[in-house]
Design a protein around this ligand. Structure first.
Ligand code: SF4
Length: 478
């Protein structure tokens, strides 16, 4: 082996450092995990078994198990079986737990039984960041990402999928029955055997059809007309990739634009982000401890009612309007080509005519005012404006709030770049940690706990990067 770097002889007697402490450097992140968990009031946070039982086998203290999980999520070791293995061979983990090595079931049960308490620890860490004074700028970016559930696409059933499957089975039954008629007309042992086989197939298909029809009633009875058989809380979700979908959860995060810390998060099974703006903004504001808050979000969050709800809470949303104008798509003037004059309560059209207020009605729960002019018939721009006898513009009763927001957004051309830069960082990190974005647990409550551990690990890592290990330990102990 000459001319290569050579290792030591295994039989060579060596003097290794005498204590575990010597293996863990002063700037090792595991020291933050140790101090952070030791400083928590686990009983107040709601952890079970903080006090030992008077009788029976001594249990592991929740702080030991919480440290194991936090270390695991910081180091991309999320599964309880892998954590059990690591606890017996990983020197950092041995240092952290004092060489305790619980079995995988004890580790998994801890996560299962302490969901709300683990979620409270995640929120507590943001409270610590707030006390350190990190949230001076009250600006947060909100975004959502889809994470896969433990539920294959075939095990998610929607009305459309069920209808297609029933049609396929009915077609198959018809084909088998035809073959059965043909085989019945023949004679001999071979034909008899074939008839027997076909009858079995028809019976199996009929049983399948029965099963699908009984599922149909469950699908129709569910509020969003779909069911997931492995994880009942997971939902079929469209993703940004064309023609692709997944069965999973929609995870919402609010991230502070200055330090990229996830100040609030929520796991939902809503298939889109339309109803998430104000709940997430309010969660973020309370976590950051500010009176007001600017929130940046993408077009998927645009909803008049949500913008109104934010305004009512002194939260300033900045959300671009989606491109949904049918007229614009057809090459005609869109509504934004018409300027609203609040003094006149009228719209000025591209031809300079005033579209005056006509009447008010209610559509889909929204009170809408209608405006038009009688000059359209003679207008030279009419082919670019409307295919009807005249152009009508509708205005929501609270549209002034939306207009004011869009005006504010126009004055901040960098807002959407800041949004993108802010939210890409945590989601990129979380997705790469979670090994291509799937949860390990089933059911909303367990998935929420898993996400809280991921977010807590991300925020810990971020704070270590911002402050450094020793200053962060000092801040935690303060
Ligand atoms: S068609 Fe009517 S609304 Fe459109 S530009 Fe002409 S006058 Fe104005």
């Amino acid at each position: 082996m000459g001319r290569f770097v050579e290792g030591e002889d295994r039989a060579q007697q060596v003097l290794l450092p005498p204590s575990l402490e010597d293996y863990v450097g002063e700037d090792n992140p595991v020291r933050v995990v140790d101090v952070y968990v030791d400083e928590l009031d686990l009983a107040e946070l709601g952890f079970a078994r903080v006090m030992p039982k008077a009788t029976g086998r001594p249990a592991y203290h929740p702080s030991t198990l919480l440290k194991i999980y936090l270390y695991g999520y910081l180091n991309r070791i999320q599964s309880s079986r892998r954590l059990e293995r690591e606890a017996g061979r990983n020197i950092e983990l041995m240092w952290l737990t004092g060489r305790l090595a619980p079995d995988f079931k004890t580790i998994a049960d801890f996560r299962k039984d302490n969901g709300p308490a683990i979620q409270a620890v995640c929120a507590q860490f943001i409270a610590l960041c707030r006390e350190i004074g990190l949230f001076v700028k009250a600006v947060a970016a909100i975004d959502g990402a889809k994470f896969k559930a433990v539920n294959a696409r075939d095990r998610n059933i929607t009305r459309g999928k069920l209808k297609r499957r029933i049609e396929q089975v009915e077609t198959s039954i018809g084909r088998y029955l035809q073959s059965l008629d043909a085989a019945d007309a023949q004679e001999g042992d071979v034909a008899e055997e074939k008839v027997g086989r076909l009858r079995e197939k028809v019976a199996a298909m009929k049983a399948k059809l029965q099963e699908l029809k009984s599922l149909e009633a469950t699908v129709i009875a569910s509020p969003d007309h779909q069911i997931s058989l492995t994880d009942p809380d997971a939902r079929a979700m469209a993703t940004s990739l064309r023609a692709s979908g997944m069965v999973g959860y929609n995870v919402q995060t609010a991230v502070d634009t200055e330090h990229h810390l996830i100040v609030a998060h929520e796991v939902t099974n809503d298939v889109n982000d339309k109803a998430q703006l104000s709940p997430m903004a309010m969660k973020a504001r309370s976590a950051m401890g500010t009176d007001t808050l600017d929130v940046l979000a993408d077009r998927g969050y645009f909803s008049g009612w949500e913008i109104l709800a934010c305004n009512a809470q002194d939260i300033s949303p900045l959300v671009p309007k989606p491109y949904t104008s049918g007229a614009k798509a057809a090459g005609r003037y869109g509504k934004d080509d018409f300027l609203y004059d609040p003094d006149e309560n009228a719209y000025r059209c591209p031809a300079g005519e005033m579209l005056t207020y006509r009447f008010t009605n209610v559509e889909k729960g929204q009170t809408l005012h209608s405006y038009w002019t009688t000059r359209c018939e003679t207008c030279a721009l009419k082919p670019h404006c409307t295919t009807g006898p005249f152009r009508r513009i509708k205005r929501w009763e609270h549209e002034g709030v939306v207009d004011a927001m869009l005006k504010r957004l126009n004055g901040m051309p960098d807002a959407m770049n800041i949004r993108r830069r802010t939210v890409e960082h945590p989601f990129g990190t979380l997705k790469s940690w979670m090994g291509h974005t799937h949860f390990l647990t089933k059911g909303m409550e367990k998935v929420k706990t898993e996400m809280s551990l991921c977010v807590l690990a991300y925020n810990l890592k971020r704070m270590i990067a911002i402050l450094g290990v020793e200053p962060l330990i000092t801040a935690i102990r303060a």
